[in-house]
Each structure stands twice: as C-alpha cells, then as structure tokens.
Design a protein. Structure first.
Lengths: 681, 102
C-alpha cells in the first residue's frame, strides 16, 4: 500500500525545490524548514516502503511498476520505480543523512542571508537526484537523475563562486573547482552514455533499458558477451567519474571549495555514492565477465591506496577528509570487484565447486554495500564535525588549530568516534565493513588471481594509513598546543549543529551491528539459474563476528590501525617523533609528490591543454576555415560575381549597342558557317 | 546594268559608317544622324533588291521606313532639344545628361 507511492520519495524534494525556489525568500529561515520537512517526509515514506516491502509477500523479488514515457521506433522508454533490498537501504540512509545535514545547515549556513534560499533549493534538488537515481526502474531514468546530480554538484561546489566570505581569490577558486568537478565527471558521463547505447544496441530485441528485462538471465544469455563486456566497461567509466575513482579522482579534493555541508552531502549521502550504487545495481550484467570485474577491483584497490597516500601530509582538514572518502570509495569498488570476480569465475565453472565460489563471491556484494552505508554515517559525521570546527575557528588549516578539545567538547568527542570508526577500531562500524572488504579481497586472491592478493596488500597498507591520517587530523585539531586560530575560537557550535552530530555519532558507532541483525540478508546477492535477486538471502547473524575474530588477518589490520593511531599520537601529541625527520622537512621527493597530489592536477592540465585544447583548436580551425569558409566563399563568389558583372551595366547606350552589334555579327557569321557546313555551299 | 553587288557594298559601307558613328560619337545629334545613315543603308538594299527582282514591295517598304524614320527623328530631336534646354549639353558622356537616367 506504500510501495505504490515510491515515486513520492524523489518527488517530495523536487516539490520542495520548486516551492523554495519560488517563495522560499518569504518563509522563515529562507526555505530551510521546507527543505528539512521534505527530506524528513521522504525518509518517513522510504521507511514505510522498506517496512512494507521487507515484510511483504513479494520479497525478495523486486517490485517494479512503470508507465510508458515515449517511444522511438520500437524501443519503449519507461518511467517507474524498482524496489528491492538495495533500493531500501539506499533510500533510507540517503534521506536520513540528508535530513540531518539540512538541520545542521540551519546553524552552519545561518549567516548567509538571502543566499540561503538558493542553497536550500539546490540541496533539495540534489536530494531529488539521488533518491530518483535510487528508485529508477531503468537505465535511462537513472541516467537523467545522474545528470541532475551532476548539475547540482556544480551549482553547490560553486556556491561561493561570487562574494566569497574570504575574498575574490577564494571565489575564483570555488568557480574553477565547480568547473573541474563538472568537466571531469562529464568525461565519465559520456562513457556511461556510450555504455547505455551499447547496451541498448546489444539488447535491441528487448526494446527497452528496464532493469527487470535486462537482469533476466535469459536475456543476458542471448546477448553477445564481448559487446556486453564493452558496454559494462563503459558504464564503469561513468562510475569512475562519479565516484571519483582513479584516474578521475582529482575533482573531489577541489570540490572542498563548496560549503562543508555540501561536501558532507556529496561524500556521504549522494553523488559519489551514486557510482557505487550503479555498480551494485548493474551487478547482474557486471558479473558476466571475470576480466571486467578484475578491472573494477584493480581500479578500486589502486584508488584506495593512492588517495590514502595523499591524505598523509595534507594540512587542510577538509581535504584530508576528501582523500579519505576517495580511499573508502576505493574499498567499496574493490569489494564489489573482488566479489564479482569470484561470482563470474564460479558461474563459468559450474558444478559444486562453482557454486562454492559464487557463494563466497556474493559476500563481496554485501561487503561493498555495507561499507557504503557505514561510510555514509561516519563520513557525514566527520564532515559535519569539521564544519563545526571551521565554523568556530574560521580557518581550514590544521596548523592554526590545536587544543580545541577544551573549547568544543561535543564536536571533539563525536569526531573522535567518527575517526575511530573510519580507522577500523574494533567494534566500531568501519571495522566490520572494512574487514569484510579485506577478507573478500584476500579470498579473491587465493581462489582467483594473484592480482587480488596484491590489491589486498595495498588495502591493508591503506587501512594503516587511514588510521594514521585520521588521527593525525584529530590530534592536530583537538590536542596539543593552541594554534593562533584556536585562541579566537567562538566555543561550541549551536544546538542545530551539535544535535545532528550526536545522532550521527550513534550510527557511526553502532551501524556495523546492523549486519548481525538481517542487513546482510537484505543486501545479499543471490544467483540462481532463473534470476539474479538482491535481498532475501539467509542472514548469517553472529557468523561475521565469529568469522572476523577467528581470522588471523583481522588481528593484523587491528594491530596496524592501532599502530597508525599510536604513531600519530607520538608525532602530534607527545612530539617524541618528529615528522620532519621522515620528509626531510618537506624536502624529500615523496613529500613533494604527495603535496602535488602525485602530479594528477598537472597531468589533467597537460592533457587538457595539449590534447583537449589541441582538438579544440583543430575543431575551431575546421569550423572557421572549412565550414565557415565554404559558406563565406560561396556568398563572396556570388557578391563578387555580381559586382564584376554589374560593371557591364555602364549606362552608356553606346556600350549596349556595341554588344548588340557584336552579337549580331557573331550570329551572322555563325549562320553563314552553319549554312556552309550543312548546305554544302 | 550596274551589278547588284555595287549597291550592296554601298549599303554595307553606309551601314558600317553609321554603326561606327553610333558607337563612337558622343554628340547626340551626330548619333541621330548616324542612325539615319544606317536606316538609309537598309533602304538602299530594299530598293536594290526590289529593282533586281522586279518587285514593288521593296519600294513600298522604303516609303514606310522613311516615314517612320521621319517620325523617329522628330521625336528624337524634340527630346534632345528639351534635354539641351534643361542641361545645356548634348554630350552623351556628360554626367549632366547621363544623370537623367535615374
């Protein structure tokens, strides 16, 4: 009875967007309360839908309903909703976290005056994009919302692109960050669109892009496997752009130019989660080829590692968090890739051994989705804490902070909880999902290919680095001596900001336990001969608890995480270890490479200047010289010819009569000649 | 009897002189006179062919032509006189006169 109204979930924020955009200026808090109400209503409806679906008869089969949108030839494109376990989980945490972020915005954006209307309208539209993407019933509808989010991220990252509180340079920085985010993700979007064309071409006999039709094993069997792999690689290109995976990850740190609440929204509830969601959503198509999944896994593992290295020496509190997001997204993609690799191998192999591999592989799906949810909670928390700190001290540079713990206790403690969670401290949420990711990577390494063993090693090192840089950040901000910005600290942030922090910190600590109470069944991936179904698996309960704590490698990562925290403590609180010794006071090659982000921005610039600009110049040349040249040349020839011919019209009777005489003379000569030739005179 | 070629050659020469004058002279009155020369060259041909073929129609045409030419000269001279009154010139290349075209 609620599932029929799934379309309301994205529609309500959409209506909020319209209302705030039209009359938001006249409402209290410039539309802020409308945005909160919309997000909260979406969350309530999503919760009702999830409850009804999960307890209903249809579960675990997806519930989908669509109306025809338009027709091209014999291809029918539909609009509709598609509800399964994954949809439920995503809807719930996206709308829930967004609600908290909007509440927090009341405090954080409170001093922005009339610009708040624009802010609340855009975040509502952003939420529409994410929720619409989640409930979409086909690839085209998904793509539309995907692009809506791209637009909103551009608008929000560039929110301060004029009249920035810190002056014109910061405005220009915001504007260029927004452009960069838009253009880099655009590269991925073009790949995604090409992938959809390939899929449409490959499944042309089905005349649709609907999930229900495409995920049917019989229609997948009818498709050409090579074209399908090509299509999925292109779709994954879209994921690389949206989820900031290597090598298109560089827009995300720059996107920190937007307000911190926007970063929180982008990193936790929307935008970058869309790529991971798409991978999970299109899993039935992805797992058809083991090599595609290997590629996915490699991208994920490399991203996790590279992003973590860049966070090690960054001095900007928000950028450290941005790199940690990229790194954690890499974990999710790695889990999906490693699990999918095993599933793909198992499906090829068949038999009992094959089904054992499939059974092992689907754990990767659960691990990836589980980590996505946990990450959403602790990353939203961390960003909002950093926002609270920035709000209080007015700078983002960690060297100017320090000793803030006694000024802002709530922020400090909630951020500590978030940091422990992301660092993988035992029993915190990040611990559960991260160790599941590591476990599946190792399993793919031992049962599949040695590549995954390499990726597992990278991921374990990443876990160590994560613990180190998160605590480096926390110690630099809240412990040690007071920096000069800390001395002007305004004290703890208002209640609208601290209450969401406290709510989220509860989730950041406890959401890991969800997996023991049925979440693993809800987002499990089941492979049968007749269907690929998300949800409805058998809940393992405390199996994970036992599994993780009997696995010696879990202790390895725990020890590494503690070691990372310990080193950070020694370096930044006790000061017994001087970080300058390792980087020769910022002179070492590695330190410079990290500060320059492994030269990725330079590489982007080079590519866009040499390659992109070259192509643009070529196109410009063709346009101006060849196309315009043809048109201008034609008109020029006509005008010039007319000018030349008009000279003959002298206006002198005598000239005309000479021409007539000449004509008559030629005619007479011709007539005589013809007569002589034919008449035989 | 004088051979017909002589008449034709006389006509051709007269016509050529007339055409030359029409094409080169800039004085409108001379041009009108040259047109008369060309007409009369045609008249000589008419008369010569009529006499040699024993046909009266040639002479009849000549009478017609002369009367039409007279009317033409009357109109042409009248126009020229008025043009001269207005612009004080009969020079065909003179901007004073050519500017009357539009």
């Amino acid at each position: 009875m609620f599932i029929e109204y799934t379309w309301l979930v994205p529609l309500i924020p959409m209506l909020c967007f319209l209302i705030i955009g039209l009359v938001g200026r006249k409402t209290p808090e410039k539309g802020g309360y409308i945005a909160i109400a919309g997000a909260l209503l979406s969350f309530i409806i999503a919760a009702l839908i999830a409850y009804e679906y999960l307890t209903g008869d249809a579960y675990p089969n997806p519930v989908t309903e669509q109306i025809a949108w338009f027709q091209i030839g014999d291809i029918t494109l539909n609009l509709g909703y598609y509800v399964d376990g994954l949809t439920c989980m995503m809807m719930l945490f996206s709308s829930f976290i967004s609600t908290l972020i909007f509440v927090y915005s009341i405090g954080y954006m409170g001093d922005q005056g009339p610009r708040k209307t624009r802010y609340y309208a855009e975040v509502s539209l952003f939420l529409t994009g994410m929720l619409g993407l989640i409930v979409s019933s086909n690839f085209l509808e998904m793509f539309i919302f995907w692009e809506v989010m791209g637009l909103c991220s551009y608008l929000l990252i560039g929110f301060w692109s004029f009249r920035h509180p810190e002056g014109d340079a910061a405005s220009a920085n915001a504007a260029s960050a927004a452009k960069k985010a838009f253009l880099v993700t655009r590269l991925g979007d073009v790949c995604l669109m090409a992938g959809l064309f390939v899929l449409l071409g490959e499944f042309h006999s089905l005349h649709s892009l609907d999930y229900v039709t495409l995920f049917d094993p019989s229609s997948i069997a009818a498709a050409d496997p090579e074209m399908l792999s090509l299509g999925m690689l292109l779709v994954f290109g879209g994921v690389i752009g949206k989820s900031a995976q290597f090598p298109l990850h560089d827009w995300l740190p720059d996107a920190m130019a937007g307000p911190t609440t926007v970063s929180s929204l982008i990193h936790a509830a929307t935008m970058v989660k869309a790529g991971v969601y798409l991978t999970a959503r299109a899993y039935p198509l992805f797992i058809q080829n083991a090599d595609v999944m290997l590629f996915v896994g490699i991208i994920g593992g490399v991203t996790a590692f590279i992003a973590a290295t860049m966070a090690l020496n960054n001095m900007n509190i928000k950028k450290v968090l941005a790199y940690s997001t990229i790194s954690q997204l890499g974990y999710m993609i790695l889990a999906l890739g490693a699990g999918g690799y095993l599933v793909a191998l198992g499906m090829d192999m068949g038999g009992a051994e094959g089904s054992a591999l499939v059974a092992a592989g689907v754990a990767g799906y659960t691990a990836g989705c589980f980590h996505m949810m946990n990450h959403a909670f602790f990353k939203a928390l961390l960003f909002m804490c950093s926002g609270s700190v920035i709000h209080a001290v007015g700078t983002e540079d960690m060297r100017e902070m320090g000793g803030l713990h006694k000024h802002m206790k709530i922020t400090s403690i909630t951020m500590l909880l978030g940091s422990l969670s992301i660092a993988g401290f035992p029993l915190f949420s990040g611990f559960w999902s991260k160790d599941l990711v590591l476990e599946i990577a190792m399993e793919a390494g031992s049962d599949g290919t040695v590549w995954f063993t390499v990726l597992w090693i990278l991921a374990v090192i990443t876990a160590f680095m994560t613990a180190f840089y998160m605590f480096r950040m926390w110690f630099m901000t809240f412990m040690g001596e007071e920096g000069h910005a800390s001395q002007h600290c305004h004290g703890e942030s208002p209640k609208t900001m601290t209450v969401p922090l406290m709510i989220l910190s509860v989730f950041a600590v406890l959401s890991g336990f969800f997996i023991m109470f049925g979440l693993d069944a809800m987002v499990s991936f089941n492979v049968t001969d007749t269907a690929f179904i998300v949800g409805g698996g058998h809940s393992e309960g405390f199996y994970y608890f036992e599994e993780l704590f009997t696995n010696p490698y879990t202790y390895l990562t725990i020890v590494l995480a503690l070691l990372g925290i310990g080193i950070a403590y020694l370096m930044y609180v006790k000061k017994t270890v001087d970080p300058g010794r390792f980087n020769r006071n910022g002179e070492s090659w590695l330190y410079k490479a990290l500060s320059k982000r492994w030269w990725f921005p330079d590489m982007y610039n080079q590519i866009s200047w040499k390659f992109g600009y070259g192509i643009a110049k070529g196109v410009n040349y063709v346009d101006r010289q060849v196309i315009d040249g043809t048109v201008n040349g034609l008109s020029g020839a006509v005008v010039g010819g007319g000018d030349a011919v008009s000279k003959m019209q002298t206006g002198h009777v005598q000239d005309y009569s000479s021409v007539i005489l000449l004509g008559v003379a030629i005619l007479s000569v011709a007539m005589v000649a013809i007569a002589m030739f034919f008449g035989g005179m | 009897m004088i051979p017909i070629e002589y008449f034709l050659i006389l006509g051709a020469i007269l016509f050529a002189i007339g055409a030359y004058g029409v094409l080169t002279k800039s004085n409108a009155i001379v041009v009108l006179m040259c047109i008369e020369l060309m007409l009369n060259a045609a008249n000589i041909n008419f008369v010569a062919f009529g006499a040699f073929n024993d046909d009266i129609i040639g002479q009849a045409f000549v009478v017609m032509t002369i009367s039409v030419a007279a009317a033409e000269v009357a109109v042409g001279i009248a126009i020229l006189l008025n043009a001269y009154k207005m612009r004080k010139t009969t020079d065909l290349d003179d901007a004073e006169l050519t500017s009357m075209r539009w």
